[in-house]
Design a protein around this ligand. Structure first.
Ligand code: SF4
Ligand code: SF4
Length: 292
């Protein structure tokens, strides 16, 4: 066990007996889920930019669609929330829609909300914004605690589905922020213009400036559905209490305002981003597979 000066550690100043650069671990290996996630987010974003260019400029249809519904060759992915909304509002079940929803549902059941942290363009734009802020202010952009109860997320999901049924219109199909990013890219490529609804994306990013990942934490019904599906997921963050020195770094690093040192990495709210693992300098956190 390391002897650490905890109050100073919480300010990120001193680690008595340990001198490491941020992101490096006790074993000397540099962990970087953050960098890996950024690469994945950029790859997903590139795919969504490439699709309309290939379709409309070169008439290559191998990849079509965007984040809500995308096909790669014969593989078709449909966002589970948009699929569910379509079923509820049309009051009909369309077989191919269920097939498209299958893989995202299985992935969320096994890995949890990883679409949000590893693929969603809102995550990418938020991360880029954070990096710019870090450059300008020359300090890390920290999570702002939990201004609201986390359970709001479940009410948002139920409310959104009820509203869609009352109005008879799949609201999230039209106004989903990740979907809007894809649609704006397509409009830009096809017509060289942007649609007014894109303002929703700007609002989401402004919320993020006020409180880190505010929309993702409290207001995203898709995130809520994926979290619900992943409640009993196989991939979870676990803490080794023997190693943990209660420095609080992981709590500061968590974009979802969780405290992984108190097992909250196993909760439905964790989206398995790995930021807490990067931040822990004594290797007390790890991903684990399977129900314990
Ligand atoms: S607990 Fe860790 S993996 Fe889960 S959301 Fe927070 S930082 Fe990401
Ligand atoms: S698990 Fe969190 S609190 Fe414990 S040592 Fe690692 S960063 Fe610090």
């Amino acid at each position: 066990m390391f002897n650490l000066s905890i109050p100073l550690m919480q300010q990120g100043v001193v680690m008595k007996g340990v001198s490491r650069t941020p992101g490096s671990s006790r074993t000397g290996k540099r962990r970087s889920y953050g960098r890996l996630r950024l690469v994945t987010l950029l790859l997903a974003f590139s795919l969504i930019i490439a699709a309309p260019i290939l379709n409309f400029r070169y008439h290559i249809d191998f990849i079509q669609g965007w984040y809500q519904s995308v096909s790669i060759g014969n593989l078709w992915f449909v966002s589970p929330l948009e699929g569910l909304e379509t079923i509820l509002t049309s009051k009909g079940i369309y077989g191919p829609l269920l097939v498209g929803m299958l893989l995202p549902v299985v992935l969320a059941s096994l890995l949890g909300r990883v679409f949000c942290s590893w693929i969603c363009p809102i995550s990418l734009l938020s991360e880029l914004l954070e990096r710019v802020i870090r450059l300008v202010r020359r300090r890390r952009y920290r999570a702002a605690g939990n201004p609201l109860p986390r359970q709001i997320l479940w009410f948002v999901l139920v409310g959104e589905l009820l509203l869609a049924m009352i109005l008879g219109a799949p609201i999230f199909v039209f106004l989903s922020p990740p979907g809007l990013v894809g649609r704006e890219i397509m409009l830009l490529v096809m017509f060289g213009t942007l649609a007014l609804e894109g303002i929703v994306v700007i609002l989401v990013l402004i919320m993020h400036l006020v409180s880190k990942r505010f929309f993702c934490r409290y207001l995203c019904p898709l995130g809520a559905l994926l979290a619900l599906l992943g409640q009993r997921r196989q991939l979870k963050v676990e803490v080794d209490h023997e190693e943990c020195v209660q420095c609080g770094r992981c709590k500061l690093a968590c974009p979802m305002g969780l405290d992984p040192a108190r097992q909250e990495g196993g909760s439905a709210y964790c989206w398995n981003c790995g930021d807490c693992l990067d931040s822990c300098q004594v290797d007390a956190l790890h991903f684990s597979w399977g129900q314990k």
